[in-house]
Ligand binder design. Structure first.
Ligand SMILES: NC(=O)C1=CN([C@@H]2O[C@H](COP(=O)(O)OP(=O)(O)OC[C@H]3O[C@@H](n4cnc5c(N)ncnc54)[C@H](OP(=O)(O)O)[C@@H]3O)[C@@H](O)[C@H]2O)C=CC1
Ligand SMILES: CCCCCCCCCCCCCCCC(=O)[C@@H](N)CO
Length: 321
């Protein structure tokens, strides 16, 4: 302990955290982890029954059960009227303070070939992944700015978005899904710069997590309609449990990272896609890794394209999926 231990840049003990998609999968694993670290936790999702079951599980993980508080709010986050109601309910529940940390984990993937998709399916992916996060983030910034003083004023406020490594490379079958995760990364980057405007009034930070395959209820649902070629292309990603993703996300946040990956493939792919995004520390590791990755990706892309071309040649007409 002590001198060599770096500062925790994401303290949560005694603070109040709101997690969308906190009733299942990665969001629920994060909620449990935050409860173990001493946070008050509020989860948001649509289905009340799942929220009730999850909340019991989350509160059972508290390190100080007598003083930590837990709550849920049911809302459909694709509806822009949801977040303002969530803020007022959450603020009232949290003794008049807007929760200081927002995790946007709600999301879903409905894979399929673009050519087969209805326009409403294309729109739905943007709504459930991008707008659900953008509306929430938008609703939190004004209350934070107007009331920058909270019991833990010294600590910055945080928004944490959830993207995917599908935002780093093309994968057949994710054409309506990947753009929604790219959009989250773009929002994260532009907000990260915009929030500097207000830094002297209220220190607000934004982060994005890029998980690979997560063994979650959501994955089981998406696999029901996933084209076989998509399963083939993503088989080299071994996958992680929601708990593993939650733990590595928290580690990245505690190190102060802005764009966070939870596995080796994500780390490499991110390095090849950083561009003008914030790098960790001075960015030397990310940058050198990026040079190597960009060379390796020439081969990866050629290999993936070869697989897709062969698949089409052998199966198109018989089974386009
Ligand atoms: N699973 C995977 O392989 C990967 C997932 N991701 C992303 O990680 C995040 C978590 O995924 P995962 O662990 O699979 O989650 P799950 O699909 O298992 O759970 C999704 C959660 O979001 C809630 N939710 C879904 N739609 C809405 C909505 N319209 N309004 C409010 N809440 C909603 C669900 O509850 P309810 O249905 O009751 O509303 C549930 O709590 C998502 O953003 C996902 O896109 C990223 C990479 C890989
Ligand atoms: C040096 C770099 C090597 C690169 C190897 C490429 C491997 C590609 C694996 C892609 C896996 C995609 C997971 C997306 C998960 C997701 O977001 C969905 N499950 C939606 O929920």
């Amino acid at each position: 302990m002590g001198a060599f231990q770096s500062k925790n840049r994401f303290p949560v003990d005694g603070r109040t955290v709101i997690i969308t998609g906190g009733s299942e999968g990665m969001g629920k694993a994060l909620a449990r982890l935050l409860a173990q670290k001493g946070a008050n936790v509020l989860i948001v999702a649509r289905t009340v029954q799942k929220l009730e079951v999850a909340l019991k599980d989350i509160s059972a993980a508290a390190i100080r059960p007598s003083s930590q508080r837990f709550h849920y709010i049911s809302a459909d986050l694709t509806n822009p009227s949801g977040p303002p109601r969530i803020i007022s309910e959450a603020t009232a529940w949290n003794n008049g303070y807007t929760p200081e940390i927002l995790f946007c984990c709600a999301g879903a993937s409905r894979p399929g070939l673009f050519i087969d998709m209805s326009n409403s399916a294309i729109k739905e992916q943007m709504e459930v992944n991008y707008y659900s996060a953008a509306y929430m983030a938008h609703a939190f910034l004004q209350p934070w700015l107007q009331n920058p003083t909270t019991p833990k004023t010294k600590e910055p406020k945080h928004i944490v978005f959830t993207s995917s490594i599908a935002a780093f490379l093309p994968i057949v079958g994710y054409s309506p899904y990947s753009p929604s995760k790219f959009a989250i990364r773009a929002l994260s980057d532009s907000l990260s710069q915009e929030l500097l405007l207000y830094q002297s009034i209220c220190d607000m930070r934004v982060h994005t997590v890029f998980p690979g395959t997560i063994f979650s209820p959501g994955l089981e649902t998406e696999n029901l309609t996933k084209p076989a070629i998509t399963k083939k292309l993503e088989e080299s990603d071994g996958g992680q449990t929601p708990e593993e993703v939650a733990a590595s996300s928290m580690k990245g946040l505690e190190r102060g990272e802005e764009l966070i990956t939870s596995g080796a493939i994500g780390l490499a792919l991110k390095a090849g896609m950083l561009g003008c995004s914030r790098r960790n520390g001075w960015g030397i590791v990310d940058t050198v890794m990026g040079w190597i990755v960009l060379i390796v990706l020439v081969i990866v892309r050629r290999d993936m394209d070869g697989t897709v071309r062969k698949w089409g040649k052998e199966r198109l007409g018989k089974d386009s999926g």
